[in-house]
Unconditional design. Structure first.
Length: 145
């Protein structure tokens, strides 16, 4: 399990119709600030600032076909126009248990271009590398190439 140190970032938050909204730099719009969204925005900043992942290679809440069914992923990072890293964000109080991990790992066989799978609740992060059908848990995000 990885514990991430998030970079300092001045999030743009405003009240709209009595609801807190946060500006998403990838979608370029304000979205509802939920606990899950807070995790997503902090993780995005970590990837962009600390790991130099280009925002232009990321998609948020992207639908990908999994066995003929569209499945929405919180963050998809692309390399060479193919999904390279899939990230699921959970609320901070949701435990990353075996059931949650198994759900994420089940995508490895149906999305062959994906090299990395990740799930995070903001406090804890699980990250796996998929290579030739084998799964290895990692202690850090891969370097952007």
């Amino acid at each position: 399990m990885i514990h991430l140190e998030y970079p300092k970032y001045n999030f743009t938050i405003q009240l709209q119709a009595g609801k807190e909204m946060i500006f998403d730099p990838i979608r370029k719009k304000y979205v509802r600030l939920t606990p899950e969204e807070w995790v997503r925005q902090n993780l995005l900043q970590y990837l962009m600032q600390m790991k130099q992942y280009p925002g232009s290679m990321m998609a948020i809440e992207k639908a990908l076909s999994v066995n003929g069914v569209n499945r929405r992923f919180d963050i998809v990072v692309y390399q060479q126009e193919q999904p390279w890293l899939l990230i699921e964000c959970k609320e901070p109080n949701q435990a990353l248990n075996a059931l949650v991990a198994q759900q994420m790992l089940s995508y490895k066989s149906v999305l062959p271009s994906v090299n990395y799978l990740c799930i995070s609740n903001g406090n804890d992060t699980l990250l796996w590398q998929i290579h030739q059908g084998n799964v290895e848990e990692l202690k850090a995000f891969p370097v952007w190439i």
